[in-house]
Design a binder for this molecule. Sequence first.
Ligand SMILES: Nc1nc2c(ncn2[C@@H]2O[C@H](COP(=O)(O)OP(=O)(O)O)[C@@H](O)[C@H]2O)c(=O)[nH]1
Ligand SMILES: [Mg+2]
Length: 461
Amino acid sequence: MLDDTIAAVATPLGEGGLAVVRISGPQALAIADKSFLPAGKNSLKPSLAPTHTIQYGKIVRAGNVVDEVLIAILRAPRTFTREDTVEISCHGGLLPAKLVLDTLLEKGARMAEPGEFTRRAFLNGRIDLAQAEAVADLIHSRTELALAAANEQLAGKLSQRINQLRDDLMLSLTHVEAHIDFPDEDIAPDTKDKLLQRLENGIAFMDELLRTANEGQILRRGIRAAIIGRPNAGKSSLLNQLLGHDRAIVSPIAGTTRDTIEETANIRGLPVVFIDTAGLREAGDEIEIEGIRRSRESLAKAEFILHVLDASEPLTGADEKYLTEFADKKRIFVLNKTDLPLKLELPKAFSPPPTAHNVVNVCCLSGQGIEALKDAIKNLIWTGEIKAEMLQVTINSRHQDALNRARITTRHAADAMRANVTLELIAMDLRIAANAVGEIVGKTTTEDLLDSIFSTFCIGK
Ligand SMILES: Nc1nc2c(ncn2[C@@H]2O[C@H](COP(=O)(O)OP(=O)(O)O)[C@@H](O)[C@H]2O)c(=O)[nH]1
Ligand SMILES: [Mg+2]
């Protein structure tokens, strides 16, 4: 598979100033030679150009000029894929990039699969699997904080820790196996203690990593918050305030928001997907029935709730219904319209009792209280400070799955050792644990695993 040369448009499809077409593989320079005509007295054909230089010229197909381009010549191994790579900067827009790509395909390149450049970078040892995943995180990150975390992972911060953990497990395994070879000798008590201590340390370290899964998920996928409340409480106004622009229609007519609206906002560095629901009141017409069905659906998926109450009016039956219906969800009560005389009294009976963290006063007309609400949201989803160390390692769900398996078998091995179970069984557990940890960085992989990771990438990456 690595014998062939792949090509793809590396920039997003659409109109723009420039587009980049990338080609990588053993034939990259030869194919570029057949497609590119140097122009000007200093330009060289790709196979003659020194590495890491830019040449000016034209892409030519069947005698016709396709586009005027700059091409970067990047020779193996100092490239992203560790293969010969040529990057062609052509004019932006769908057609120039497509025609340049077609030319390369005609001259012998193969259309790249999604993520195939990054997959080659992994297969050629340029980056490990956790770093390859970080490339995708980087592309998809929606806040600077998420970007910082992806960069740390790409730099190998997670990989270092995983490799250390795997080395420790392998060392324990070697010790255990050494004793299997000498069945007459029991493990000396102090050696056994040391082994057990190392295993316990490993488990503690796995726990530490596993605790970052939640944060990792928040940074990567964002967290979903449904905005609920009775009609006219100010849900759409609140959404607009949190987004910083007018997204939803605000009107004094109850039932204005008929569809659910979803938008991501950056809340103290955390991507939060806010869902403005259509209200759950008795439906008037068919559109409203559908709107309410969608509201229910997004409510079920939401990790927490912003319950908007109109503070300028006494509590209504509809408000109370929401209070009881969502008692088991994480929620923040947003008391809106605080510019008007206060008439609302929250019942003392609902749980949890109101505190400064779960009750926030705002005015969605002026924006007053919105900053305090953002703090409350951050506190709700991310307990404590967002520390720099935290961003160095935030595992994803694949890492979490592998670590959970490693933890179970390591625990099993440690318990078995205390119970003096035969060493063969302990060795087997440790081997499984080391392999599971190895999956994270790609030391142990299968084609299926690689396919599932790289298929989520975009084409050209
Ligand atoms: N006085 C005042 N009116 C508000 C405030 N927030 C929203 N409103 C008004 O309340 C009405 C309903 O707002 P809207 O956001 O559409 O409520 P929704 O039905 O819950 O989405 C609109 O006329 C808003 O202008 C506020 O803080 N103070
Ligand atoms: Mg609305």
